[in-house]
Design a protein around this ligand. Structure first.
Ligand SMILES: [Zn+2]
Length: 145
């Protein structure tokens, strides 16, 4: 079974979604998600590497639009966005609305020195193609680490 088959909606999805919106804090919702899909969240990190300022700018812009403060960056397993994965989609939307950034762990990882988030080589090359400012060479750590 691949990553993506693991997160199909359970039969009692309606009940769980109602439960999500009854929770008092985002931490409670985080705990719920971890209980239902225990291996989905791979890593929770604080900030992007300064080598990639546009990630932080996009995040800040998103938070201004949503009128929330920046929360954290969640690196997660791959998942399918379709009608069989609506629970996970709901969780992701709730976290996004609360100021989190959700990224796939197959494209982002923490710097080996300081734990700030960096794109992997594949994502790096995509950014380069899009003419987004990136360091001259891809690396597993920040240029100043
Ligand atoms: Zn670093």
């Amino acid at each position: 079974m691949s990553d993506t088959d693991t997160y199909q909606d359970p039969e009692n999805i309606e009940e769980i979604v109602k439960d999500i919106f009854k929770q008092k804090t985002i931490k409670d919702i985080y705990d719920m998600l971890n209980k239902i899909f225990p291996d989905f969240i791979v890593n929770v990190l604080t900030t992007f590497s300064g080598d990639y300022p546009h990630f932080d700018q996009n995040w800040a812009g998103m938070c201004i639009a949503l009128k929330v403060n920046k929360a954290q960056i969640m690196l997660v397993k791959n998942y399918v966005e379709d009608d069989n994965h609506l629970l996970l989609k709901t969780f992701c939307e709730v976290f996004t609305q609360a100021g989190f950034v959700i990224r796939r762990y197959t494209e982002f990882f923490p710097c080996s020195v300081c734990n700030k988030v960096l794109p992997n080589e594949f994502a790096y090359n995509k950014l380069k193609e899009l003419n987004i400012k990136v360091p001259e060479k891809w690396d597993t750590k920040c240029s100043n680490c």
